[in-house]
Design a protein around this ligand. Structure first.
Ligand code: TYD
Length: 140
């Protein structure tokens, strides 16, 4: 997928597998089976102070799935033209963020955990952190 041409329509929430158990549920995630890429990196965001906003960038190549592993938060997606807000509030929903999408994460509930499954290792050169640069990148 060419990052310059992606849109928020390419970012969808998917249902993850769920193994029900009265003693507690399990959600297993297998790269290239439950997600369209091999998982190269996992990280999670936690201890986010109330009112804080994270993100505020786009990626040139990186694809990610975001999961509210605990609590809830909102993800604002922007493709240079349109914006949409997705609320993540269940550990069995995952939001696919394709390359070339500006994202902001906000309204973290107390104690929430944002689990991220990423297609590549951390690479600062893959980030677009300036909104003007992002608009130029999207040729808008
Ligand atoms: P960043 O992705 O900008 O955070 P967020 O989008 O959640 O606000 O990452 C913040 C810093 O953390 C970044 O400058 C470098 C470091 N970092 C790593 O070293 N490895 C990683 O995998 C991530 C996600 C961040």
């Amino acid at each position: 997928m060419e990052a310059e041409k992606t849109s928020i329509e390419n970012c969808q929430v998917v249902d993850l597998p769920k193994i029900h158990n009265p003693a507690g549920n399990i959600t297993p995630i297998i790269g290239e089976v439950d997600l369209p890429f091999a998982i190269e990196r996992v990280y999670y965001l936690y201890d986010v102070p109330g009112g804080e906003t994270r993100g505020g960038h786009a990626h040139k190549h990186l694809q990610q799935y975001l999961v509210a592993a605990g609590g809830s938060f909102d993800v604002v997606l922007f493709d240079g033209k349109d914006k949409k807000t997705i609320s993540l509030n269940r550990p069995y929903f995952a939001l696919h963020i394709v390359p070339g999408i500006w994202r902001e994460l906000k309204n973290f509930s107390s104690g929430s955990i944002c689990l991220v499954l990423a297609s590549h290792k951390y690479e600062e050169s893959d980030y677009i952190r300036d909104i003007h640069e992002f608009r130029n990148f999207k040729k808008l």
